[in-house]
Design a protein around this ligand. Structure first.
Ligand SMILES: O=C(O)CCC(=O)C(=O)O
Length: 289
């Protein structure tokens, strides 16, 4: 008798409690330029000072449409060898009851996909984007070291608590790291656009704790006014790997799909995980959260 095939394992993102609404209180909207070609020395100086820069129309509607189609194809399983689709933890119970279209609105993130879709790779290797990244990386050639798609399904999309990206990366603390967050749908405060604490990238590592996620303690953030980064499709945010940022739960009926790429100077070596925890790990340091 032959053994039945093992069902494909389905990956789930964390299940997290709802955050206190006071954690996301934007008092202003992020500043920037219209096009990638507008980035010159003044914008590089702005990025160094504030830790971010917005480009409101970085990609054309055709480029956004192509990348979105690439993402949807991967979610729909057109590449059976692509495995890195993570569903919302809260969708676990209902997933078996959903049809293919509805499954789309239960996905939280995808990772390591650029070699599986040429349309997505085209954005991560876009010549204008790479040109803009060089001065932010101290003149070095940009190397992509992380590609993700972050999705907040209507009503279901969970928070990504406040954090610094370098708390997740195994590179020496002083390495320049630039995050690029690209809106595929319109991103608003209601559907969970990015929120930032400008200038706080200069303050060094903030301790992180495993709470709703690997995150900065809520008590450290409460009472702080943030800057929101609403974007139209094709708009992007460039941000420093040390800049504290987070996104609230999607409380709206609208999808929020985004791509996030991270770059560093080509050839940068990795460091052991202990180094990251020495700087960012909150546990065992006699502090409370
Ligand atoms: O897009 C989001 O919801 C948050 C993205 C983010 O900050 C991250 O994954 O580091």
């Amino acid at each position: 008798m032959s053994t039945p095939p093992t069902p494909e394992p389905v990956l789930f993102d964390v299940v997290a409690d709802l955050h206190p609404p006071e954690l996301y209180q934007p008092a202003a909207v992020a500043d920037g330029v219209e096009h990638l070609a507008d980035i010159g020395p003044a914008q590089v100086a702005f990025y160094r000072e504030h830790g971010y820069l917005v480009v409101r129309q970085a990609f054309t509607p055709a480029e956004v449409q192509a990348a979105t189609a690439g993402l949807v194809d991967l979610i729909m399983g057109t590449r059976p060898d692509f495995k890195h689709v993570y569903f919302e933890g809260k969708a676990k119970e209902i997933l078996p009851t959903l049809g293919p279209e509805q499954r789309q609105d239960a996905v939280r993130k995808l990772g390591v996909f650029i070699e599986f879709d040429a349309r997505l790779k085209a954005l991560s290797h876009h010549p204008e984007l790479r040109r803009a990244l060089r001065p932010l990386l101290g003149g070095a050639e940009p190397e992509l070291f992380q590609d993700m798609a972050l999705i907040k399904p209507p009503r279901l999309g969970r928070e990504k608590p406040w954090h610094q990206d370098k708390a997740y990366f195994e590179y020496a603390l002083g390495t320049p790291v630039v995050g690029v967050w690209i809106a595929l749908d319109e991103a608003t405060v209601e559907n969970g656009c990015m929120q930032l604490l400008p200038g706080r990238h200069k303050e060094g590592p903030i301790l992180h704790f495993q709470r709703r996620d690997w995150q900065i303690c809520d008590q450290t953030i409460l009472g702080t006014k943030s800057v929101a980064v609403p974007l139209k499709p094709g708009g992007l945010l460039l941000f420093d790997g040390m800049l504290p940022h987070g996104t609230p739960h999607n409380s709206s009926p609208k999808r929020r799909r985004a791509l996030q790429f991270h770059y560093l100077p080509a050839g940068t070596p990795k460091v052991p995980p202990e180094e990251r925890l020495r700087h960012f790990g909150g546990e065992g340091k006699n502090v409370s959260c």
